[in-house]
Design a protein around this ligand. Sequence first.
Ligand SMILES: Nc1ccn([C@@H]2O[C@H](COP(=O)(O)OP(=O)(O)OP(=O)(O)O)[C@@H](O)[C@H]2O)c(=O)n1
Ligand SMILES: C[C@](O)(CO)[C@H](O)COP(=O)(O)O
Length: 243
Amino acid sequence: MNQSISSVAVIMPAAGSGQRFGSDQNKLFTLLDGKPIWEQTATVLRSHRAVKRIVMPISDRDRDYFVSVGAAAVASLGIELVSGGAQRTESVGAGLNLVIDDPAIELVAVHDAARPLVKPGELDRVFERASQTGAAILASPVTATVKQTLDEGQSCRTIDRSTLWLAQTPQVFRPSILRQAYQRHRGRPATDDAELVSRTGAEVALVECSAENIKITHPGDLAIAEALVNSRKQNSKTTNHDE
Ligand SMILES: Nc1ccn([C@@H]2O[C@H](COP(=O)(O)OP(=O)(O)OP(=O)(O)O)[C@@H](O)[C@H]2O)c(=O)n1
Ligand SMILES: C[C@](O)(CO)[C@H](O)COP(=O)(O)O
């Protein structure tokens, strides 16, 4: 990796409601390989030598958990807590306010707390690309045949998948670029930060990553994540699978 990148602040939004997961508490408290999902994610981030700060937006509903059950891990991982909002962009914006004036920070990365399977080598590559271009995100190519219907399934057509990518995180930006995107944001919904940056006219580079960097969204994703963790443990006995 580019050894010149030495100071990345990560905003790790964790203030979601997890409705699609269907649990009665934040899905991020669910155990994956013996640890809550949010803690698994923060552990991968903290292990990267360039990550200097981890700011975690949380909902007011979950604050009691993070200052009691989760407090030891929050402290040992050096996580800074901040109140998130009802929309993901509000949560990220709250985290951004905490790091934007830190002169030591070269890049701001936004990484879903719900993506515990990102690999160290993927962090290297997206940090490096963002340091070159100002804005870069992890993404994986669409490999399925994609149909579009405009009449509720009465008819359909195939979309050319060769131009389609699935946005993942981290999404990494020069601080000034992300600041401008959030200053200009007037509440029009956006499901990721790259979209806000694109709206300012800035270009966002795609860095291809493995489709294993899944977001825990639906209950079935947990079983997939457990299987991936187990398979990585088996493989790491013989090979370095950071890439
Ligand atoms: N208002 C919000 C919404 C989401 N997130 C975080 O952003 C990441 C991606 O969100 P996602 O998992 O897609 O959304 P949830 O709101 O958690 O789930 P759902 O859409 O199913 O309700 C998660 O780590 C989630 O906690 C957040 O910090 N604040
Ligand atoms: C940023 C993001 O991970 C892009 O995939 C985002 O959280 C996606 O949210 P979605 O509503 O599940 O697409």
